[in-house]
Design a binder for this molecule. Sequence first.
Ligand SMILES: [Zn+2]
Length: 713
Amino acid sequence: MSKHLLSGLGVATLLAAPAAAADQPLLARWTGPYGGVPPFDRVEVAQFQPELEAGMAEQLAEIEQIAADPAEPSFQNTIAALEGTGRTLDRVANVYGVWSSTMNSQEFQAVEREMAPKLAAFSDRITQNERLFARIAKVYETRETSGLTAEQQRLVWLDYTNFVRAGAKLDADAKKRLSEINQKLAALFTQFNQNVLSDEESYVLVLETDADLAGLPDSLRSAAAAAATSRGHEGKWAVLNTRSSMEPFLTYSDRRDLREKVWRTYYSRGDNGDEKDTNALITEILKLRAERAKLLGFATHAHWRLENTMAKTPERAMELLEAVWKPAVARVHEEVADMQAIADAEAATSGTAKITIEPWDYRYYAEKVRKAKYDLDENEVKPYLQLEKLREAMFWVAGELFGFQFTPVTNVPVYQPDVRVWEVKNPQGGHVGVWYFDPYARQGKRSGAWMNAYRSQERFEREITTIVSNNSNFVKSKEGDPILVSWTDAETMFHEFGHALHGLSSNVTYPSLAGTAVARDYVEFPSQLLEHWLPTPEVLNRFALHFQTGKPIPQELVAKIERASTFNQGFQTVEYLASALVDMKLHLAGDVTIDPDTFERETLAALGMPKEIVMRHRTPHFSHIFSSDSYSAGYYSYLWSDTLTADAAEAFVEAGGYYDRTVAKRLVDHVFSVGNTVDPADAYRAFRGKDPGIGALMRKRGFPEPAVAGGAK
Ligand SMILES: [Zn+2]
């Protein structure tokens, strides 16, 4: 869906915005510094529905005015005019989105269930407006001869394509059915989301005694104690049913029985046969998606979804996934052999029964192999990874590569006292944007980490600057104690900050083309690339400081991290690829009734999935693909983007290092600043001087390179 339909931003110029009543603050233009900021201090959940409805009504009136314009359709009176619509709705919808992901209460969930189908129907009313589409089509026909700039031509193409993809060319009956499907899907997505969130929040493993904590390092013990307190189990310890609680527990707990319990609980989310079970929802979602694809003239949902991506067809995406699958599985077998040897030796030494490596043993024994092979103990690294120091490290990298300066500010409202805000400036001291940071886990906040754009950059009516946030789920420490994070979590912080920098670097005219509004299999490229700056000595020596001594991480430890960089890539690649392959196959299956459990089991068996690994996201809680359409038939995007990422990282290495100013400038000029104003393949070529092959990706993961290079071109 094009951005202005639901989430563009700015000020309505075509019609005066309705005067906002005192109790409807979200309808008003944002006030305060930086061209206005979200009024997070004035939100009332009960107001979302009337405010969203007022926003929708206003945009429909604006659309009607464009559609009914007696003047000949032109870029200005149609395409540019569309960019200016929906400003009020965008403001409300952005705050609504923040509540959905980070302040999701029971009261809010009721509003979501009510509003999801209404918002879907609203979108369809715009894309199905025939007079509006006729005008867009007219502008599209003459886009190359009517004196438009390259960016304007790209916007015309985008609008036209999005309208056609949303069914603008269908007959009246098909349009009606399409809208019914979209409304049903919106309701199912909401239900799926709420069920998974419920399974994450309602299952907590409370550890009662010291024996239950065997193997856990101090930092984990205190995090588990804090988690228990937050759930009303003062004096005990708790493992929450989230990735950031599950992963470290499975890595360190000596208690095999508890590891299995935590593993089973986590990977059964949505799959417990109770009222929160998502299997039936998934069957229905897949059926409706298949029907919609047919209506729109595509063989399957996957073909429809991939049409406007870099990969363009499911076949090309599958080709890349399959090229990496075999070497990754081969690596898993090697990893398991290494782990089994350690487990056998342990059994021999202690005189206990031999075990066979099971999925709940993988992280635990992998850690032991890491120690044995590379003499690297994650626990030795962790004391050097302080959350706040890593944040400073990210700011420093942004300064080196982008010239950005971050200054903390307290002059803007926040939705939660933990949220902190920084103003971003350019080297000349000019205002670039605002960055919000919401780092801690709490109830009502979805798990994982993400970037959220509150406002996109644009300048076609007036200069509007970027407002973005980074969100994660670190367990809060006791007052004053620094929070120590794992290496993986540190990488994730850099990743999400990469998305934020992509938004902040945006330098375009029209909001629909700004920042991260790019093809789904391209959007992870800038974010993944930023992860490469974490292990640089420049960052580690300055910011990886021991939380007690303040001393920088020893060179010897940095060298070990470097040597172990491809360690466990079999596990990481296979757990990811299994999810990507199942996603694609579910959406290539077409119009058949799918039982998700059976489909998953049979697909993995046919692929030769190693029995010691489970999908990173099992089907019943695969939120990427079932909480909205956005990553459906799109989980492959991370690997596709990584072919670009790995190749782009080599551009820096070839130039002498990650802080090479010339390559950094090319990266900003051709990738970070251009948003969707340029075709991504062209943008990449302009940066790199060539297309990426699969070689750099395989080198990055330590896999043998195939004789014939394929992959992202
Ligand atoms: Zn990402």
